[in-house]
Design a protein around this ligand. Structure first.
Ligand SMILES: [Ca+2]
Length: 70
């Protein structure tokens, strides 16, 4: 439990460092990306939500790739 709390502190510190190095537009972009993946709006991304998002991205990239080829 102590380890878990220490990990959370480390995670928060790391996220803070990352957040401070981003400008407002980048943060807004990340928030939009997160919300688009978090389909049920639970505030967390499940493996299924991530899988669905990656399949959708893969499909979009395939379409774009085919358009560029043809
Ligand atoms: Ca979710």
């Amino acid at each position: 439990m102590k380890k878990f709390a220490a990990m959370n502190k480390l995670k928060k510190a790391a996220l803070l460092v990352i957040a401070k190095s981003l400008d407002a537009d980048e943060i807004t972009g990340l928030q939009q990306l997160f919300r688009s993946i978090d389909v049920d709006g639970s505030g967390t991304i499940t493996v299924d939500e991530l899988r669905t998002a990656m399949r959708s991205l893969d499909a979009k990239l395939n379409v774009r790739g085919r358009l560029l080829e043809g």
